[in-house]
Structure formats: C-alpha cells, structure tokens
Ligand binder design. Structure first.
Ligand code: PMT
Length: 399
C-alpha cells in the first residue's frame, strides 16, 4: 500500500509563480495514494489554470470567494472537516502573514482557521522577501503553532536572483506530507471488521435478531482507516452511515456474514469480530408467511458457524480480536472465549446496563490478552474505538 492511501489532502494554492507546479504536485500526491481537492487563493488563477487542476485532481476546484453558491455545495466547514491535512503550496509571503494573523478573509484562510487537521506550508518567494524580518517572525509564529514548514529550497529564482525561497520540488513536498502520517499505526495493514446484528429469517417477514446497532464496529472501522489501514467492513443490517473510505460488504444472516468473511479472509492482516452474530438460526425458514393456525409453535434451531473461531483456527490466521458481550462475570467469561477461540485479544463488554453496550453511543471495555488486562473506561464509541485501535496496533506490532 502507498504511504498516502486513505489520506485526504486539501491543497491551497496561493498567488505566486511557483503555482504553475501545482498540477504536478497534485499528481505526485495522487501517486502516493492521496485524494486531493484544491482551493485557489485570490489571483492564483493568474498563475495556474483551474481546469488543469480539476483534470488532475478529479474534483471541481474551489475558488477563493465564499459565495452563497459555493457555501451551499461543500462549504468551508465541510472542507475543513474533509481534510486529513491542509497543504499550502506555494505559500506566498502575503498568505503566510495573513495566516499568522488568523485572518478568515477568503476560503483558504477561513478553512485554515476552521480545520482541526494539521497544516503544512511550502513557502515560495523572492529571496529578499524570505529574509525579511517580518517574514522570519511570521514563520517562527507559524512553527510555534505546529504548522509544518516544508522548505524552502535555495537556488536560482524566477526573478533572476539567487538565494533561499524556491519552492521544494513537488516530489519532495509529496514525500514530506506522507512523512507527517508515518506514525499511523496500521499503515499498509488490511483489517477486516464484522459489525452489527444478524437477521435469522423465520419466514419472509419475521426473523430473530438482537439490539446491536453497528455503532461500535463502524467506529472501529473509522478509527482503523484513520490509522492508515485498508478496511473491509462486513456489516449486518444497520441504519447508520457507512464509513466512506471502507469497503463495505452488506450481509443479512450469520451464514451470509460467514460467506462474506471467508471470501476475503486470506487477504487480511487483522480480523476484529464486533458483530453480534446469532449463535442459532431456525432450521427451516418458511417460504410463505407463517399463519396463526396453532395455539403453540415450536421452532427448531440449528447452530450457526462461529465465524471468529473459524478465522482464528485457520493456518496463517490473521491477528484476531474478539468481542465478548456478557451480562455477568465479564472478564472470566471473556478470558474463556480468548482461550477457546485461540484469539490474540478479546474486548470484554459489559452489556447488562442501559448506558453501555448494545444500541447506545457509549461503551466501556476491558481488553484482555494472555498476559495483560487494560481497562478502557466509559466514553463515546468513537473515542473508545480510537483507543482500542491504538492498543490493538501496539499488540499486533509486537508479534
Ligand atoms: O453494535 P452496537 O450497538 O454498537 O453494540 C456493540 C456490541 C455490544 C454488539 C459489541 O461491543 C459487542 O460486544 N459485540 C460482540 C457481541 C457478541 O455476540 O458477543 P459473543 O460473546 O456472543 O461472541 C463472541 C465473539 O465471537 C464476538 O467477537 C462475535 O463477533 C464472535 N462470533 C460469535 C458467534 C458467531 N456465530 N460467530 C462469531 O464470529
């Protein structure tokens, strides 16, 4: 996998002569696996054609202006949230000064104020402007705010002078952006996650299921994506939004889920079983709606395959993490499942109460391995998923 796979780069192009290199930079970022969208700062379109940037990025280019029309599409807040990193290249002295002041006077500067994503700047300007006291102070201010400064290079400049201030080459900028994500704990790893309930049909309109909403598994999928993994999410029936950057395989019954997992399990490095899979299914699902003719009805159930145990029992099994939903003696039962199913880790989940577990936004986990127990206290499933993925990655990277 490439080093910017799954990453979204929002490229801000400001109005300097080095802007003509922006299409090449978009291509270089794309070659490393990034998705790129471009915002042009005011007058940048004098140096680079928006149509060229649209062609190489595959997205409409965002103009500097914040109009009612542009805000009704992907507005400044959506762009600020979309980005995994905001990269400004070239960064002119003027734009750098405005960023220092926290100006929000056009789309690019507004996104920089609004984003939680890291910001990187590849400065490009005349050598005298680069060495001007105000620019030096501005760069120090940005660095103190954890803005990543990429370059500049020194050498012959477009104005004919020689000195520091040339923008780094697109290949180097793309590489430096990729390095910002090098701490991603699961970069290059393939992770399969099961999530949600299963539906075991009794007839065409009725079935047996449970209260799993899919929230925990979907949050783990999102956290794994953020950690750089390529995620396959095998989902039972849920009503929540699918993580955009996962490959999602929709299933209904335990047998469907089993088939979907087995079809792609050979390609996985890690497997995380979060789904609440029905242990049994009706032996025969009626083809027509069952009629209310008798006073009693007996349903014969047969055992479903244990997906997690089968995955963990394979030759060359991926690193396997199970979940254990228990109402009592949580840690003891979970440890039993860890051993019986030959898992690397198990997330023991207390599901007796009403504020954690099935169908609610919060959860609390005790993460158990052969030699360790880690308590992850009650918090949102989103926050918990990030902690869990970090712990899982640490354990995986140790083996
Ligand atoms: O979806 P949410 O509303 O967010 O709720 C999250 C959750 C409570 C469902 C989740 O955190 C959780 O605890 N999932 C596991 C539920 C469960 O069925 O546990 P279990 O103890 O029955 O199964 C143990 C493990 O074996 C699980 O990893 C399960 O996915 C797996 N399993 C079980 C049976 C089966 N036939 N195949 C399996 O793979």
């Amino acid at each position: 996998m490439k080093s910017l796979t799954n990453k979204r780069v929002l490229l801000g192009v400001s109005a300097g002569i080095a802007a003509y290199k922006a299409p090449d930079l978009v291509r270089k970022l794309g070659e490393l696996g990034a998705q790129v969208q471009v915002i042009l700062s005011k007058n940048a379109d004098q140096f680079v054609a928006p149509l060229a940037l649209q062609a190489v990025s595959g997205h409409a280019v965002h103009d500097h202006a914040m109009t009612a029309e542009s805000e009704s599409g992907m507005g400044h807040i959506d762009l600020a949230r979309w980005a995994d990193v905001v990269l400004i290249a070239p960064g002119t002295a003027n734009l750098i000064a405005r960023l220092c002041q926290g100006n929000a006077d056009e789309l690019l500067t507004t996104v920089c104020v609004a984003t939680e994503a890291p910001i990187a700047i590849a400065p490009a300007m005349n050598q005298q402007m680069w060495q001007n006291a105000a620019t030096i102070q501005n760069m120090q201010t940005l660095a103190s705010r954890n803005v990543h400064i990429l370059g500049p290079d020194a050498g012959e400049q477009a104005c004919g002078e020689v000195g520091p201030g040339r923008m780094l080459q697109p290949t180097d900028i793309a590489q430096r952006v990729a390095e910002l994500f090098q701490n991603s704990e699961l970069t290059g790893k393939r992770v399969m996650i099961t999530a949600g309930p299963t539906w075991e049909a009794l007839d065409p309109v009725r079935g047996i299921t449970n209260h799993s909403s899919g929230m925990m598994g979907y949050a783990l999928a999102q956290a794994a994506i953020e950690a750089g993994a390529a995620v396959t999410l095998v989902s039972g029936p849920t009503h929540i939004a699918k993580p955009e950057r996962a490959k999602v395989v929709d299933t209904v019954s335990a047998l469907d889920m089993h088939a979907a997992v087995m079809a792609e399990i050979d390609e996985q490095d890690l497997f995380i079983g979060v789904a609440a899979v029905a242990d049994y299914r009706p032996a025969d699902a009626a083809e027509q709606k069952i009629k209310k003719n008798a006073d009693e009805m007996t349903i014969t159930m047969v055992k479903n395959p244990d997906i997690l145990a089968e995955v963990a029992g394979r030759d060359n099994a991926p690193f396997c993490v199970g979940f254990a939903a228990e109402t009592n003696d949580v840690a003891a039962y979970a440890r039993g499942k860890l051993e019986r199913k030959k898992l690397d880790l198990i997330a023991a989940n207390h599901v007796g109460g009403s504020d954690t577990g099935f169908g609610v936004p919060d959860n609390a986990i005790t993460l158990i391995s052969k030699n360790s127990i880690i308590e992850l206290p009650k918090q949102s499933k989103t926050a918990l998923a990030r902690e869990l993925i970090s712990e899982i990655a640490k354990a995986y990277n140790k083996i």
